[in-house]
Design a protein around this ligand. Structure first.
Ligand SMILES: Nc1nc2c(ncn2[C@@H]2O[C@H](COP(=O)(O)OP(=O)(O)OP(=O)(O)O)[C@@H](O)[C@H]2O)c(=O)[nH]1
Ligand SMILES: [Mg+2]
Length: 588
């Protein structure tokens, strides 16, 4: 078992018993600790139809989600049970058991619609559970599907029309599984056996006609076909004798119908091996914290009277994760620099090279951990932070160099200063001696390695500060004529002008290097951003290809069934997707 915190039992995820939808902090905490990708299976259906029982079987248990044995609806809101995925190591299976729909006593259609919409939004496999056969009543109960376009938004842009919007749904909708309980018909047509899937497809066939009755017949079927291109059906016979049904979970295997046991096993095996990891637009795989964020965003939208919007949920997620990606990238930079840089560096370029390597890696870390960075807001933040750190390193480097050089000067020139004080050079010929000695010491200073970038400046400042000492020695040296003294003053002046020029050149060179580094940083950001945008675009195209493919198949099927109008409508959706792709190509 993975080192994840897995719950021992189900907890309420979203509670609605107090008239408003609220998330349960305990459940959110559990989610926040699941770092593995999650496969989310949700079950929805009329109340009292054995949903909780079936979910317990998916968890491999007889008991878990509490069942009710009376006619009163039992499960409230949405319950969650996280277990290690029995067939996918490294994955967590999140089971969502929902409140039964259509309880007349409760009579709250609004609440039912939200439960239905949330189950769709949060799951990667959506199980619709109903009793008996697929008849018109069962279809009518699926009216929530036809309402989905009024309940969910794919994009946040206000100018989105519904057709376009619903065209986007498909890519991120869960796979659809219809479970039929207490199914008592023989699956046969004209004496030929058919599969439950054939039965489902037959039930989804449209009826010719434009009258109100045909519309009522066709609408839910069209919606299911449109929203859920991936469909599957399972039938279950009555699990046990009528008198035993009320305490099903306590029954022994031998008291259950053999077929029912087989059917449950087949269902569980299919769900566990075919349910995908929950994925969001942009190929973002959902883990516990991401699911937590989705729950929070959707529930908060619903409770504030807005429509839950898939794009907004992804953007909210991006805000959290991109912010963390910046921190992670900066931490990586700090760690790399901490490891590689030894201040002071011999040259500015040496420091800038180390900065550039660490910066490149930091941007890579950011790119790997970020997505949907609208207007490159977080990348800019990262850029600014890395720049500030670079400047800080430069400052520290200067200071370390200055400190080191000053200490070195003290060491090297200290004895000379002492000699001056002692009057060693205050004698005829002393000045020349002093200059000679100073020259030797300067050479000694130059020979010491790793003084850093301030070596020249610190030396120059030191010599300047001692110029009056040298001048006094010159002026008092009686071995020199006035003319010689005047010449020497000129020479010193020229020497210091030369040093100042050299200094200036060095500063200019440093500035130039800094400018070049800034340009290189910018180019690195652009390069990595372009690469990411290209791969994002490839991902988008792949997603769209999948959507188009699915729609094309459905369109062909409609045409074959003789529904030209519906087929044309789908054709238009396909064209719209292609059109939008072209316009998105232009932006890049
Ligand atoms: N007839 C029949 N009864 C079942 C089946 N599965 C479970 N039950 C029984 O039906 C009753 C309700 O089961 P639950 O699993 O609580 O049903 P539910 O759909 O979760 O109910 P709500 O939470 O109220 O919507 C329990 O007594 C179960 O033992 C089934 O396949 N057929
Ligand atoms: Mg239940």
């Amino acid at each position: 078992m993975a080192p994840e915190i897995h719950m021992t039992g189900p907890v309420s995820l979203i509670d609605n018993t107090k008239g408003q939808m609220v998330t349960n902090p305990e459940a959110l905490k559990i989610l926040s600790a699941i770092t593995q990708p999650v496969v989310v299976v949700a079950i929805v259906g009329l109340y009292r139809t054995g949903k909780s029982y079936l979910m317990n079987r998916l968890a491999g248990k007889n008991e878990g989600f509490p069942l009710g044995s009376t006619v009163k609806s039992h499960t409230k809101g949405i319950w969650m049970w996280c277990v290690p995925h029995p067939k996918k190591p490294g994955h967590t299976l999140v089971l969502l058991d929902t409140e039964g729909l259509g309880d007349i006593q409760k009579g709250d259609n609004e609440n039912d619609s939200w439960i239905f919409a949330l189950a769709i939004l949060l799951s990667s496999t959506f199980v619709y559970n109903s009793m008996g056969t697929i008849n018109q009543q069962a279809m009518d109960q699926l009216h929530y599907v036809t309402e989905l376009t009024d309940r969910i938004k794919a994009n946040s842009s206000p100018d989105n029309n519904y057709v376009e919007d619903s065209a986007d749904f498909v890519s991120f909708f869960p796979a659809f599984v219809w479970t039929l309980r207490d199914f008592s018909l023989v699956l046969e047509i004209d004496g030929e056996p058919i599969t439950p899937d054939d039965y489902l497809e037959l039930s989804l066939k449209l009826r010719k006609g434009t009258d109100e009755k045909s519309k009522r017949f066709n609408d839910p079927r069209l919606c299911i076909r449109k929203f859920f291109p991936k469909r599957k059906c399972f039938i279950f016979e009555q699990p046990a004798q009528r008198t035993l049904l009320a305490r099903l979970e306590q029954l022994k295997e031998e008291d259950l119908s053999r077929y029912f046991i087989e059917q449950v096993a087949e269902f569980c095996s299919y769900i566990l091996s075919h349910s995908n990891v929950k994925t969001l637009s942009g190929g973002i795989t959902v883990n516990g914290p991401r699911l937590e964020s989705l729950v929070l965003t959707y529930v908060s939208a619903i409770s504030s009277g807005d429509l839950p919007c898939m794009e907004n949920a992804v953007l909210a997620l991006a805000q959290i994760e991109n912010s963390a990606a910046v921190e992670k990238a900066v931490a990586h930079y700090d760690q790399q620099m901490g490891q590689k840089v030894q201040l002071p560096t011999e040259t500015l370029q040496e420091l800038l090279d180390l900065h550039r390597d660490s910066e490149r890696e930091a941007i890579e870390v950011f790119m790997k951990n970020s997505f949907k960075d609208v207007d490159h807001k977080f990348q800019r933040k990262l850029g600014a932070q890395l720049e500030a750190r670079r400047d800080d390193f430069c400052k520290q480097n200067s200071k370390a160099s200055s400190d080191c050089c000053m200490a070195l000067l003290q060491d090297i020139f200290g004895p000379l200063e002492e000699d001056v004080k002692q009057g060693t050079f205050s004698k005829p010929g002393g000045y020349r001696l002093f200059i000679q000695k100073r020259k030797e010491l300067k050479n000694k200073y130059y020979q010491v390695p790793r003084k850093g970038i301030q070596a020249e400046e610190v030396l120059k400042n030191y010599l300047e500060s001692k110029e009056d000492v040298a001048d006094a020695l010159l002026q008092t040296d009686q071995s020199l004529s006035e003319k010689e003294k005047a010449l020497e003053v000129e020479r010193v002046k020229a020497e210091s002008a030369e040093a100042a020029k050299k200094m200036l050149e060095e500063i200019q060179k440093k500035n130039q290097q800094m400018m070049e580094q800034k340009e290189k940083s910018y180019q690195e950001h652009v390069k990595q951003l372009t690469e990411k945008m290209e791969s994002d675009r490839a991902q988008l195209i792949a997603e769209q290809e999948k959507t188009i493919d699915v729609k094309l198949k459905e369109q062909e099927r409609l045409l074959k069934e003789g529904f030209e109008l519906e087929s044309k409508r789908l054709q238009k959706e396909i064209q719209d997707i292609k059109k939008r792709r072209r316009s998105s190509c232009n932006i890049l």
